[in-house]
Write a protein that binds this ligand. Structure first.
Ligand SMILES: [Zn+2]
Length: 346
């Protein structure tokens, strides 16, 4: 970001950058806290602004000091301060994840050299990509809970991407606004077309809705933002991740007799799609460089490592999340069954 702060010494710049990073982490955690509210309330068609956050156990409004992102959960050890009813670990997890994603976006467009990216910083694009990662987190979590992907994210996101492409053609890899908008439109069309073809084939050949219309509309947004190469990568990676998640869920359901096979297999595709899109967002250029290096047989050691380890690490993480989700679900069901048995019958 050097050219934006001409006249500052190297030391001042380093200090300024540290403050900026701290600020971005805090901002991300606070936004993550708001995303938790969105994830819970939007599918129930409740306002995300009022009423203030309250405990699900005793209904008490949570004061600000017990609502500090990430920290409050650990201070309270995951329990409501008043009635001691448990608070899901998902809340601090999403706050921390959002903070991390905000930091990555900030580095990527504010200081690309730090991520080994050979290009100029474009800080103006940071808020746009913050919005993108936040919306991806919301969509993934709502899809896990309710099997819905929000239209306001897919359609609204596509519209915003077209406008931002016109204002910053560099987003589409060119310098003419009209070319950028046309490229974005072609990408959106390709995303919608490919998604629609998969949904149609899935229904005709496998006789099931493995790929819902919500997924199709989300693919349109990815196409508008990332273009052809991104679409192909996201689709391939999402299929791999989906397979891993499905196998993981099957293994869990096999160990836990309380889960029916079909229930475990009906994992929504949204989480895999969202994860793949984030992978492309942060490592897409590295992947392209890696592919180019493979083509010319001059594979750089770091590129090769990232190409393999990046997706593997994230796939493992995803698999763990799904596994934990199903194990906890199985435990809850067991407890519910026990409680039912313990009740006196008349
Ligand atoms: Zn409470």
């Amino acid at each position: 970001m050097g050219e934006y702060f001409v006249g500052l010494s190297e030391e001042d710049l380093t200090l300024l950058m540290r403050w900026a990073l701290g600020f971005v982490l805090c901002l991300g955690a606070i936004v993550g806290s708001f995303l938790n509210v969105c994830i819970y309330r939007i599918p129930l068609e409740q306002s995300v602004v009022t009423p203030r956050s309250h405990c699900f156990g005793c209904g008490k409004v949570i004061p600000w000091y017990y609502n500090i992102p990430v920290l409050a959960w650990f201070v309270l050890r995951g329990k409501c301060a008043y009635c001691k009813s448990p608070i899901s670990f998902r809340y601090p997890l999403i706050e921390a994840l959002t903070a991390l994603l905000f930091l990555l976006v900030f580095q990527m467009w504010g200081n690309p050299s730090l991520l080994g990216l050979n290009r100029l910083p474009i800080p103006e694009l940071i808020p746009f990509f913050w919005l993108f990662v936040a919306s991806t987190v919301v969509d993934v979590m709502i899809d896990i809970d309710h099997r819905i992907l929000l239209d306001r994210i897919s359609l609204g996101g596509t519209l915003i991407t077209l406008v931002v492409s016109a204002a910053y053609p560099v987003l589409q890899g060119c310098d003419d606004w009209l070319v950028a908008v046309v490229r974005s439109l072609i990408g959106a069309g390709a995303g919608f077309g490919i998604g629609f073809a998969i949904a149609w084939l899935g229904r005709r050949i496998f006789l099931q809705d493995a790929f819902g219309f919500g997924d199709v509309k989300w693919m349109m947004l990815f196409g508008a933002l990332f273009g052809w190469a991104g679409l192909l990568y996201i689709l391939t990676m999402a299929s791999l991740l989906g397979l891993v998640m499905g196998l993981g869920a099957m293994a869990v359901s096999h160990c836990r007799k309380t889960l029916r096979e079909g229930e475990a297999l009906a994992i929504p595709f949204g989480p895999a799609l969202g994860l793949a899109a984030l992978l492309w967002l942060f490592w897409g250029r590295k992947v392209l460089a890696g592919l180019e290096a493979i083509r010319t047989w001059s594979l750089d050691h770091n590129d090769a490592m990232l190409l393999v380890l990046g997706p593997v690490a994230l796939a493992t993480l995803a698999w763990l999340c799904v596994r934990i989700h199903f194990i906890r679900k199985a435990i809850r069901e067991e407890e519910a069954a026990e409680a039912e048995e313990a009740e006196p019958r008349d």
